[in-house]
Design a protein around this ligand. Structure first.
Ligand code: C2E
Ligand code: MG
Ligand code: MG
Ligand code: MG
Length: 283
C-alpha cells in the first residue's frame, strides 16, 4: 500500500507512488465524478479573537471523500482543479455549501459565526463572479456580513484596476475580504492601501517557531503594524504551541487559528466545540 495515515487523519501518499501522478487525466475524470456524486465535504477550523478569547469565525476547508483512497487533503487535488478549470465549479459548490451550513448554524443555534471561504484566482476572474456570489447569498438567505472571502496576493496584485472595482463591489455588498498567506507573495504597498481589505492572514511559515526564530517575530510585528496603520486586522495562521501564541499576542495579532485551538473539523462538530470552548473559558 502506497499510503499511510497522516497527522491530519488524511490518507497521505508516499511521494512518487501516488495513484494520480503522473496520470492527471484520471484525476480530472475522477474530480468530475466527485462533483456529480457529491464526494466533496467541507471541514471548518475556528478563528479566535485573542483579546476576548471568543470564537469569531470558522474557515471552510475542502476535503474529498474518495471512494477508494479515503479522505483526501486539498493539496492533492486543488492544484489540478486549478489547471484544468474544474476549480470554478468546485468553488461554486464550496460557496453554496458554506453558505448553506452557515444558515443552518444561524437557524439552529442563533450562531453569528463568520464563515471564511478560500477563492482561487480562476474563480475570481470569472466575469460573473460577483453575480454568482450575490445569487448564492440570496438563494441561501445569508447576510453578506456573515461571509469572508480569502483571496491571495497573486489574485489582487494582478490587473489591479479591474480587481479594485470587483473588491469595491463585494465590499459595498458588505462581504468581508481577507488576503490569505500574506507575506509569501509580492504585495505592492501602494495597491494594498487602496484595497478595501478587512484582514491580512499571516502565513503559517512566519508563525511557526515565532518564539525562537527572531526573524519571524520581526516579520509578524512588521505586518501587524502595517495592517493596523491601514485599518486592517491581522489573523495568524498555524499557531501550534503556547509559546507561539504568547508571542502572537505580544505582537498585537487580532485573531489566530491553528492546531493549538483546533484542527479543521466536520460541520457537526463545530457547535459542540464552540460550546466546550465557551465552558472552558468560563472556568
Ligand atoms: P489555507 O487557506 O492557507 O488554509 C490553511 C491550511 O493550514 C489548512 O490546510 C489548515 O488545515 C492548515 N492548518 C491550520 N492550522 C494549522 C496548524 O496549526 N499547523 C499546520 N501544520 N497546519 C495548519 P488544508 O485544509 O490542507 O488546506 C490547504 C490549502 O488548500 C488551503 O490553504 C487553501 O489554499 C486550499 N484550499 C482549501 N480549501 C479550499 C477551497 O474550498 N477552495 C480553494 N480554492 N482552496 C482551498
Ligand atoms: Mg485560507
Ligand atoms: Mg492561508
Ligand atoms: Mg496556505
Amino acid at each position: 500500500e502506497a499510503k499511510t495515515k497522516g497527522r491530519n487523519g488524511f490518507q497521505e501518499y508516499i511521494p512518487g507512488l501516488s495513484i494520480y501522478s503522473p496520470d492527471r487525466m484520471s484525476l480530472e475524470s475522477d474530480l468530475r465524478a466527485a462533483l456529480r456524486n457529491n464526494e466533496f465535504v467541507l471541514h471548518y477550523q475556528p478563528q479566535i479573537c485573542l483579546a476576548t478569547n471568543q470564537v469569531v469565525g470558522v474557515e471552510a476547508l475542502i476535503r474529498w471523500r474518495h471512494p477508494k483512497h479515503g479522505l483526501l487533503s486539498p493539496v492533492h487535488f486543488i492544484p489540478t482543479a486549478e489547471e484544468n478549470g474544474l476549480i470554478v465549479e468546485i468553488g461554486r459548490w464550496v460557496l453554496r455549501e458554506a453558505c448553506r451550513q452557515c444558515r443552518q448554524w444561524i437557524d439552529a443555534h442563533h450562531a453569528t459565526l463568520r464563515v471564511s471561504i478560500n477563492i482561487s484566482a480562476l474563480e475570481f476572474r470569472q466575469a460573473d463572479f460577483v453575480e454568482q456570489v450575490r445569487a448564492i447569498l440570496n438563494e441561501t438567505g445569508i447576510a453578506p456580513s456573515h461571509i469572508e472571502l480569502e483571496l491571495t496576493e497573486s489574485i489582487v496584485m494582478h490587473n489591479v484596476g479591474a480587481v479594485l472595482a470587483i473588491l469595491n463591489e463585494l465590499k459595498r455588498m458588505g462581504i468581508f475580504l481577507a488576503i490569505d498567506d500574506f507575506g509569501t507573495g509580492f504585495s505592492s504597498l501602494n495597491y494594498l492601501r487602496r484595497f478595501p481589505i478587512d484582514r491580512l492572514k499571516i502565513d503559517q511559515s512566519f508563525v511557526q517557531g515565532i518564539d525562537h526564530i527572531p526573524a519571524n517575530e520581526s516579520i509578524v510585528r512588521a505586518i501587524t503594524s502595517l495592517a493596523h496603520n491601514l485599518s486592517m486586522e491581522v489573523v495568524a495562521e498555524g499557531a501550534e504551541s503556547d509559546a507561539e501564541l504568547a508571542i502572537l499576542m505580544a505582537c498585537q495579532c487580532n485573531e489566530a487559528q491553528g492546531y493549538w485551538f483546533a484542527k479543521p473539523m466536520p460541520a457537526d462538530d463545530v457547535m459542540p466545540w464552540v460550546a466546550a470552548w465557551e465552558d472552558r473559558k468560563a472556568d
